[in-house]
Design a binder for this molecule. Structure first.
Ligand SMILES: [Zn+2]
Length: 73
């Protein structure tokens, strides 16, 4: 669905980091025509300053389903 604004566990604001994370992953997919490697994902999260694993799981496990669900409202 929609990314939560704050991490459920620690309360850190993660929504703005998710947008930057997604942009970076889309850029890697477009340039290299493959999925990002776990090392690239980890490095990107480190660069964004997302160090706690509670915040990292919020960003990594996010599934954007809003556009698929909208027709059934
Ligand atoms: Zn957190």
């Amino acid at each position: 669905m929609i990314i939560p604004v704050r991490c459920f566990s620690c309360g850190r604001v993660i929504a703005s980091d998710y947008v930057r994370f997604k942009d970076k992953m889309d850029k890697i997919r477009a340039e290299n025509k493959r999925e990002p490697t776990p090392e690239e994902i980890s490095t990107t999260l480190d660069q964004l300053g997302v160090t706690r694993y509670c915040c990292r799981r919020m960003i990594i496990s996010q599934a954007d389903l809003l556009q698929e669900i909208l027709p059934f409202d």
